[in-house]
Design a protein around this ligand. Structure first.
Ligand SMILES: Nc1nc2c(ncn2[C@@H]2O[C@H](COP(=O)(O)OP(=O)(O)O)[C@@H](O)[C@H]2O)c(=O)[nH]1
Ligand SMILES: [Mg+2]
Length: 233
């Protein structure tokens, strides 16, 4: 476990947000989007890992489907992600034949039993640890709420795996503009991460969409952290 419990600091490998690229144009124009299929269990079927992969995670209701719709600007995406029964699977999409987008099941749904609530972990963890082509994960938090116990488990897991992580604070249109910076700071403090490394996002106004797209494109241009760790060893 790579978490220092004294400072509660998650030693996440964060992508460098210090100098966000100034893009005059859309950094990720979606020309092609194809649903590749679902993965339902940790040792179950998954599409061939031909392209680099970016995963998306968050508590259920955090705004993941809305964010993905905004990111890919496609109605087809919404149709798949809202199909009943698909919500407890990992759904894979090929984007521009450039990368695979892995939509992880939302965790921590409040209205189910404690036992069933723990069911998300083996599938998500199994996928994250086994995917040979994983390049990074986009981890979502609702800007209005402090991280839950499930969020903390998720962050512990990401720190342990060492996967590069982009943290997105969703629904920023729901807090007063004057309070956004304070909420981002509070979230960063509770997770022990750098506040500047979080991307504020709103599916309503579109704020953060291009910055997120640029961060993903940037991650895709780098080699897998697994390869780098092997070379260092
Ligand atoms: N105001 C606002 N509402 C949002 C935003 N993103 C999602 N929502 C709402 O939050 C609820 C859950 O969103 P959804 O995308 O389905 O969350 P998911 O369960 O994580 O896929 C829905 O009622 C959305 O309309 C946002 O950026 N701003
Ligand atoms: Mg959803």
């Amino acid at each position: 476990m790579r978490r220092d419990d004294q400072s509660r600091r998650y030693l996440l490998t964060m992508t460098d947000r210090a100098a966000p690229p100034q893009q005059a144009t859309d950094p990720l124009v979606i020309r092609h989007l194809e649903f590749l299929g679902p993965m339902a269990t940790a040792d179950g079927w998954r599409p061939a890992a031909e392209l680099p992969e970016i995963a998306f995670a968050g508590r259920s209701n955090v705004g993941k489907s809305s964010l993905l719709n905004k990111l890919v600007r496609r109605k087809a995406f919404a149709r798949v992600s809202n199909t009943p029964g698909r919500t407890r699977e990992i759904n894979f999409f090929a984007v521009n034949k450039l990368f695979t987008l892995a939509d992880l099941p939302g965790y921590g749904y409040a209205r189910i039993s404690k036992g069933r609530r723990a069911e998300w972990k083996p599938l998500i963890e199994g996928f994250l640890r086994a995917s040979p082509q994983l390049r990074g994960i986009v981890q979502l938090l609702d800007v209005r709420h402090d991280p839950t116990a499930d969020d903390e488990q998720m962050f512990d897991m990401l720190a342990d795996i060492g996967v590069p992580t982009i943290v997105v604070a969703t629904k920023v249109d729901k807090v007063k503009p004057s309070q956004v910076a304070a909420r981002l700071h509070a979230l960063a403090v509770s997770l022990g991460i750098e506040g500047e490394q979080m991307i504020p996002f709103s599916a309503v106004t579109g704020e953060g969409r291009d910055e997120l797209a640029a961060a993903i494109v940037d991650l895709l241009s780098q080699p897998s952290w697994r390869t780098v760790e092997e070379e260092d060893a």
